[in-house]
Design a protein around this ligand. Structure first.
Ligand code: HEC
Ligand code: HEC
Ligand code: HEC
Ligand code: HEC
Ligand code: HEC
Ligand code: HEC
Ligand code: HEC
Ligand code: HEC
Length: 443
């Protein structure tokens, strides 16, 4: 990685209106933006910033402000933004709050950005929220580490992070039009829409000049979220081989032209930094990689059928809390299942038990975010997170995450004993366990 970073224009948190013109063909690094769309359409990459959208869509704006998408990058002085404890006595930090220019995230962990020259760099310690601990931050296993020196001051966020934590940089390759995941990250650049609204008037067709993800074919609709929520790589022959985000992509495009999915081991593969042996994610921000393996994806369900981009009222922006979300489409009589007569018959736990919450069995926390067992699996099918998976692929399962004092074999036996379809399905895992024990005994 010889090229100097730096000419990326970083608008401050306060400067949210910035129209990007002239950033279409060649970016400020002199890199040619060969996007498969061919010649750029005039105005196609002109952003206006969320404050302009707020003028006509105040409800979407106020709702979005309550989501973490709007709080990914904050200034240390912003009320409530700092969650890390810089006064903790048991550790000597190699930097202080005075070195921090921007805070990076707040829910599971907090990292810290320092401005050096024209770019930002991530300071080498992070705060883990769940354990209230400082730990070292030093990426070792990311696919890009071979392209960058070990020194944190040589790993610019403009190439490795900012695309997914801001708006405009993915679409232009050069310009952060606004920090945070704002309106135009999902709706595409808005200048054409705003101009048309102003000149034509409401309801005269200007709506067609902005992307409404719900009107896209379902794969492209999911691509809007996958641009940031799918572990990937620059595609073959990309001009942006050292960047970890899909440069050039705009909402509505086919994302696969700008990003290839991270290699997944598939069944019987090798466990990697990103995936367990069976292809289930072992870390955060891989929701897309998990989701594409599910039947829900193949049936046309979209991330935003469950997540509300304009409301942070419930944890993780879901439309409804707890099982009520799933029961919008599932439940007795639903063609989508479950196929027992009642929910208790399905879950085998009391109705008010935590063991009856859909997500605890179907999207358990088996992945690492800041700490292990924090990130929720987005494969949904119980098969991916059953105790059998623990036997075969050595990752946690839904049952033993709660029944910590019990063995995997206990969980498998419980499943086999449950009336219904358990008998044949979960015998396999038990059989495998039995044969391994025999092997160990030298039989
Ligand atoms: C001058 C007022 C105005 C501004 C500014 C504005 N919009 Fe709109 N927008 C409208 C109106 C009015 C509609 C209703 C549909 C129509 O006019 O066709 C609309 C419709 C939309 C739709 C739905 C389109 C559809 O076909 O379903 C989206 C999405 C949208 N706006 C997003 C945005 C975003 C994002 C911004 C900022 C980049 C923005 N709007 C700025 C007035 C505005
Ligand atoms: C994380 C992606 C995302 C962000 C950020 C986002 N939206 Fe949306 N927006 C969507 C999706 C998906 C839909 C379609 C589903 C729906 O209606 O909720 C949508 C629908 C809309 C619509 C049409 C339906 C309606 O609610 O009237 C408008 C207008 C809109 N968004 C405006 C905005 C504005 C303004 C912002 C910024 C303040 C914003 N959005 C931020 C993803 C996003
Ligand atoms: C391809 C897009 C992408 C890139 C590149 C990326 N991130 Fe993120 N990041 C995300 C998404 C999406 C999430 C939230 C996903 C989740 O919680 O599973 C996230 C979450 C985080 C969080 C935790 C959020 C919280 O509230 O706890 C931190 C900290 C973070 N990223 C830092 C970084 C740093 C540092 C880099 C660069 C070295 C980076 N990210 C690169 C997409 C990205
Ligand atoms: C430009 C990149 C980007 C896009 C596009 C994007 N996200 Fe995110 N998303 C992030 C980052 C970064 C975070 C972490 C925010 C934080 O923790 O502060 C995040 C967090 C989330 C969260 C967790 C919020 C919480 O409260 O824990 C959900 C849910 C989510 N995104 C869903 C979506 C959906 C659905 C879409 C598509 C409609 C989408 N995202 C599009 C980058 C993006
Ligand atoms: C918008 C509707 C909708 C919502 C909301 C929804 N589902 Fe689904 N789900 C479906 C559809 C459709 C299928 C596919 C049914 C089929 O083809 O057999 C499905 C299938 C499933 C399956 C079958 C296994 C598989 O291969 O994916 C499970 C398990 C599942 N959903 C769990 C959940 C859980 C847990 C939630 C709540 C977090 C949820 N669903 C929310 C529509 C939905
Ligand atoms: C205690 C764990 C547990 C809980 C809680 C749970 N499930 Fe399941 N679910 C399973 C198991 C195990 C299977 C696989 C059954 C089989 O194929 O043998 C399954 C299968 C399914 C399927 C696939 C269709 C079928 O009947 O096999 C759907 C859909 C589903 N569950 C939805 C839900 C919904 C919705 C909720 C919340 C109301 C929920 N589940 C709660 C364990 C659970
Ligand atoms: C069937 C419903 C459903 C679908 C589809 C879905 N999610 Fe989720 N998601 C949830 C639920 C439920 C949670 C956890 C809510 C909670 O913790 O209470 C969640 C949590 C998250 C989180 C927070 C991090 C974590 O590990 O808890 C992120 C980020 C996220 N989802 C992103 C996405 C993205 C991106 C997509 C599409 C690839 C997606 N989700 C598809 C239901 C869904
Ligand atoms: C979210 C936590 C949670 C999950 C996930 C969970 N359980 Fe439970 N389980 C409980 C609790 C709490 C009880 C106590 C009785 C009740 O509430 O129904 C229980 C009771 C039981 C019992 C009867 C009491 C005993 O300890 O012998 C069995 C058997 C059982 N669970 C098996 C399972 C299996 C198998 C799975 C995975 C399919 C599972 N559980 C998933 C929380 C959980």
């Amino acid at each position: 990685m010889g090229k100097a970073v730096g000419k990326i224009i970083l608008s401050g948190l306060t400067l949210s209106v910035l129209i990007c013109t002239g950033c279409r063909a060649v970016n400020s690094h002199g890199e040619v933006m060969t996007t498969p769309r061919g010649a750029a359409v005039a105005g196609e990459r002109d952003y206006v910033g969320s404050k302009v959208c707020a003028g006509c869509h105040p409800e979407n704006y106020e709702g979005w402000k309550t989501t973490l998408h709007s709080k990914m990058i904050q200034e240390p002085g912003q009320p409530g933004a700092l969650v890390a404890d810089f006064s903790k006595k048991d550790i000597s930090l190699p930097f202080g709050l005075k070195d921090v220019d921007l805070l990076l995230a707040s829910r599971f962990k907090q990292r810290f950005m320092k401005k050096i020259g024209d770019d930002y760099y991530v300071l080498p310690m992070q705060w883990n929220v769940a354990t209230k601990e400082w730990v070292r931050y030093f990426p070792r296993d990311e696919w890009w580490v071979g392209q960058y020196p070990e020194d944190w001051q040589k790993r610019p966020t403009s190439r490795l992070c900012d695309g997914c934590h801001s708006t405009g940089l993915i679409g232009t390759g050069t310009t952060i039009t606004e920090w945070n995941v704002a309106c135009e990250a999902c709706h595409g650049p808005g200048e054409r829409h705003v101009k048309a609204e102003a000149s034509l008037g409401p309801g005269k067709g200007a709506g067609a000049k902005i992307v409404n993800p719900t009107k896209l074919p379902f794969e492209r609709a999911n691509d809007v979220c996958f641009q940031c929520h799918l572990a990937g790589r620059p595609p073959e022959g990309s001009n942006f081989a050292d960047r970890d985000y899909p440069v050039g992509y705009l909402p509505g495009d086919d994302l696969s032209r700008y990003r290839s999915p991270a290699p997944s081991p598939g069944r019987e593969g090798h466990e990697s930094h990103e995936f367990f042996k069976d292809g289930v994610s072992r870390k955060n921000r891989n929701q897309g990689n998990d989701f594409i393996q599910s039947r829900m994806y193949s049936r046309g369900i979209r991330c935003f059928d469950c997540h509300n981009p304009h409301s942070g009222k419930y944890t993780a922006m879901v439309y409804k809390p707890g099982s009520s979300l799933c029961l919008t489409c599932h439940g007795e009589g639903s063609l989508a299942g479950p196929f027992e007569r009642g929910l208790t018959e399905h879950t085998h736990h009391k109705p008010d038990s935590p063991g009856s919450q859909c997500i605890e069995c179907h999207m358990p926390r088996i992945g690492k975010n800041a700490v292990k067992l924090e990130s929720r699996c987005h494969c949904f099918d119980f098969e991916f997170v059953s105790p059998e998976q623990t036997v075969l692929y050595n990752h946690s399962n839904a049952c033993n995450l709660c029944h910590k004092d019990k063995t995997t074999e206990w969980a498998l036996r419980a499943l086999v004993d449950w009336d219904g379809r358990g008998k044949w399905r979960w015998q396999r895992g038990l059989q495998e366990l039995k044969e391994r024990t025999l092997e160990e005994k030298g039989d």
